[in-house]
Structure formats: structure tokens, C-alpha cells
Write a protein of this length. Sequence first.
Lengths: 233, 103
Amino acid sequence: MNESPKPRWTFAAFREGVIATFPLMPGLFAFGMAFGTVAARQGFSLLDAVAMSAIVFSGVAQIIVVDAWPRELTVASVTAIAAVTAVICSRFLLIGAAMRPLLSRLSPAQVYPFLHFLVEPPWLLSIRYQREGGNDPGFVIGSAATCYVTWVVSTAPGYWLGAAADPHRFGLDMVIPAFFTAMLVSLWQGPRKAIGWAVGGAVAVAADLTLGGFWYVVLGGLAGSIAGGLADE
Amino acid sequence: MNSHDPLGYAVVIAVMTVVVYLSRAGGFWLIGRVRIGPRLRKMLDALPGAIIAATIAPLLVHGGVSAVAAVTAALLAMVALRNDFAAVAAGLVAAALVRATGF
């Protein structure tokens, strides 16, 4: 009865997660600036813009909602905002499911507050981390914390600078696609395992061309996952 | 004039936060209530690559020459160097070069 409980996560892994996220910081910063710029253009106060980044913490959803801010806030327009946000964030249902094995090492009292901060970079980095034998959720917490701080801090410079610096010109909008590509290379385990990737990509393109909107990630991800799972049997 | 009343803004932030949180916590919660057999296990294993492919593929279709160049450069750099930072840098440089030449 006198043994001390094993820590569920460590600062050593937290630090590792922070360092692994560094290559993404310029891109995340540019992305956060893009949101600040959109908020300034739409007449939001700086405080409102930063508050949204700090509370909602969902890049694509924030930009889309603020960019299409309704002239009048009615029950209908707020419902529309909720629906758009739900579609954009539906991919997190899949990502959260995929994170279950690693994050279930945390207690429910730790994991449910943490899940508010779950974004793509910690998830992707954790896949390779686990392949290399890591199993400390501190890695994911460190990576998510780095993303959060970068996102919140970058809103104000974007708000002030507006379109003075053009992230597009320096290719900064390509940081996330380039990073995703690098992660795909890390995940490569032969062509048989990649059947699901091909199906996922094809379904996403088809959904994007026919449905539009933001359904393509979750539909492609689901289809690719099912196809990849069946191809592996 | 767009609406910027404080109460309405607070309502929108609250609604978005709840929706975002439910999507981030919902999948984690739900999969914990399912018994994961070998078939579901394999599907979950295939999930990361499928989500990445589903994110990138539409971008390649309508992102133009610069998107294709960025993804190709990142791919080659990652295969050659096995380094995230080099891959991201190669992607940025490729996109910036293509755009500088006027595509």
C-alpha cells in the first residue's frame, strides 16, 4: 500500500513533444496571423480575436466563421455557425478514436480537459513516436501546448500587420501540406498498407468535387480506413 | 454593418467551443465503449494515412502548380533525409520559387 503511484506522464516526454513540434511553428504562426488578419478586416476588436483563438482553438473553423460573419446574429445564423463548425471538426472524431490507446494512459480527469487541445500535429507526431517505442502521453501534451501557445500568440501580429506581409508569397500556406507529406513518408510500410491511402485520397477528391464544403476529410478518412483495414486481412 | 454585440459574440464563442469540444472528445469517448476486435484494430491502424491522404489529395487537384511542387519537394526531401524540418523547408522553398516565377 505504500508504493507511490507511477506518474501517468512525464516532463521529459513533454519536452520531447515540444521539440518535435518546432518544424511546424513557422507555419502555425502564419496560419494564426491569417486568422488575425481576417478578424481585423471584419471589424473585430483585438481582444475579441485573441479571445476566440484562446477559447475555441480551431484554426480552420475560426477563419471560415469569422470570414462569413453574419450581418445579424439570429437563432438561424448561430445554428448555421454551429453546423459549419461541426462539419469542419468532424475529422476530430476519427483522430480522437485513433488517439485512444495512448491517451487512455491518462486518468479521465486528465484526458477530458486535455482533449479540448487536441489538434493534428500532436496526433501525427505521436504515431511515429509510438512506432519508435514511446508510450508517454506527455509527448502529446507537449506538442499540443506548443501548438496552442503559437496559435494564440500569432493572432495579434496578424491583426496588426494585416496584409503587409504576404504568407502566400513565401509558401507559408504550404507548411501543413508539406508536413503531412513528410508524415506520410514516415508511415510508409509497403504498398499493401497504402491501399487505404489511395482510397482515402480518391474518395476525398470525389467528395470535394461533388459535395464541396468540408466533408472531404472525414469521408475520405473513413473510406480509406475501412478499405485499408479490409485490404490488410 | 456586421453585428458585433458582446452578448451575441459570447454566444457564438460558446456554441463553437462546445461543438469543437464534442468532436475532439466524442471519438475518444465512443471508441472506448466499443470492443475493438482484430478487424476494427486494422481499420484504426489504417486511419492516420487515410486522413492525411484525404487532406492532401484535393489540394493537389486544385492547389495549382505550387501545391504539387511543394508536396513533391517535401516527399523527396523526406525520403532522402528523413527529417521533418528539411521536408517542410523544401516544401516552402519549392512553393515560393514556383510562385516567384509567376505560376
